[in-house]
Design a protein around this ligand. Structure first.
Ligand code: FAD
Ligand code: UDP
Length: 374
């Protein structure tokens, strides 16, 4: 039998594919990484313009509690001390997020944790329910009416294109409530932005590894599969199986970028626009992620959109119907011994970056154990 040129053909140069390729190359495996986009990095890719790293596929803030993952990414880049502290514009007023003592003061004038807690408890008692059946009921039971109506209802309905009463409760589990004056959006121990942008990490991961961009796996499948012993697939799982069990649904986004001839547009990297009258959900001012001093600035308005196959798939719609379909694809994928499925599109899960890295490292460990590579 003729030996194939590569051990692994890795479809997708996002974080999953790049970490996998890096680790397997360290274990003397030959890897080829391909991507259908014209660049490497997947959704963490940054496009440099006027000296500013523009987060092309949405704002990315690295955060983790896992020291192992933090040390891992710090091999490839130095992180700055950026702390995500979004501002909310609602009904003409600015508020701090996440919901904390600053927000409560701005909303009600409460000055102590006791006062704020009493206010929230009173609202929960009045508007909450014992077993919330949808997002609206969940929010009212967690934070009461004022917070729900000021910050959650209209933003969430824009983001998901559905009434809050038709959305599952779990979506807003990600919004923390704090009785301290702390505007840090995340609770994690480690947080920051790689100095020079995320491409620095991707370049480090893929250094000396064969890569090809602007190449779609499905358009060149036979030749590509002939090159490698195994395939690591990080694209959409339903597409891999030619949608035979139906299409998995996503929510998409449209990013509108604007370069402005001023040095500071909004004074913060992220401002959420909570009211329905704005069609976008937030404006990102990229330079503030890296404390940029450029004379110009670049802002991005983020518009949620319905998804179809021509658009980027951003957020999986994890309802029961889609989970049923995914289960069938998952079972099918387990039958294919020469294909490894990983990453947010193949696993149909919303993963943060640190989780994707952890998942790629775990996969490498599992394979290394079976093949005795370590
Ligand atoms: P991707 O980065 O999507 O990579 C998959 C790659 O496969 C893509 O480049 C795609 O082009 C390629 N591909 C697919 N099909 C084919 C094919 N047929 N042939 C060739 N190539 C193919 N995480 C955080 O930790 N912090 C944040 O602040 C954060 N913000 C986010 C904001 C938004 C708007 C979104 C959508 C996500 C955010 N994330 C954030 C999550 C983060 O983007 C992901 O965890 C991570 O990028 C997933 O990496 P991946 O390799 O699984 O997927
Ligand atoms: N959300 C909200 N108001 C806000 C910000 C977020 O109601 O000002 C809700 C909304 O439903 C959103 C979810 O919280 O889908 C998660 O938002 P987050 O900004 O944490 O996540 P991202 O959209 O960046 O993935």
């Amino acid at each position: 039998m003729i030996e194939k040129k590569y051990d692994f053909l890795i479809v997708g140069a996002g974080l999953f594919g790049s970490v996998f390729a890096h680790e397997m190359t360290k274990r003397n495996k030959r890897c080829l990484v391909i991507d259908k986009r014209d660049h490497l990095g997947g959704n963490v890719y940054c496009e440099e313009k006027d000296g500013i790293n523009v987060h092309k596929y949405g704002a990315h803030i690295f955060h983790t509690n896992d020291k192992k993952i933090w040390d891992y990414v710090n091999q490839f880049a130095t992180f700055n001390n950026y702390i995500n502290s979004p501002i909310s514009l609602s009904k003409g007023k600015m508020y701090n997020l996440p919901f904390n003592m600053n927000t409560f003061y701005q909303l009600w004038g409460t000055k102590t944790p006791e006062e704020a807690k009493a206010k929230i408890d009173e609202q929960i008692a009045k508007y909450g329910t014992k077993s919330p059946q949808n997002l609206e009921e969940q929010a009212l039971s967690l934070v009461g009416k004022d917070i729900y109506e000021t910050f959650i209802k209209e933003y969430t309905e824009k983001q998901w294109g559905k009434k809050a009463t038709e959305l599952p409760a779990f979506i807003i589990k990600r919004l923390p409530v704090r009785y301290t004056f702390n505007n840090n959006y995340f609770n994690d121990v480690y947080q920051g932005i790689p100095i020079g942008g995320y491409n620095v990490i991707i370049d480090g991961l893929l250094k000396d590894i064969d890569t090809k961009t602007s190449i779609d796996f499905f358009e060149n499948r036979t030749e590509l599969e002939a090159l490698a012993e195994k395939v690591v697939y990080t694209g959409k799982i339903d597409e891999f199986f030619n949608y035979k069990f139906g299409q998995l649904e996503y929510r998409s986004l449209r990013f509108e970028n604007e370069t402005l001839d001023i040095d500071n547009y909004q004074g913060n990297a992220v401002v959420n626009y909570n009211d329905a009258e704005y069609e976008f959900t937030r404006i990102i001012e990229h330079k503030h992620f890296e404390f940029g001093k450029q004379s110009k600035t670049i802002i991005t308005r983020e518009y949620p959109e319905n998804w179809d196959t021509g658009k980027e798939a951003y957020y999986p719609i994890n309802n029961d119907e889609n989970q049923e379909i995914f289960k069938k694809y998952k079972e099918e994928s387990l039958k294919l011994k020469h294909v490894i499925f990983g990453g947010r599109l193949a696993e149909y899960r919303y993963y943060d970056m640190h989780q994707i890295i952890a998942s790629a490292l775990k996969k490498v460990d599992e394979i290394s154990k079976v093949e005795g590579l370590d």
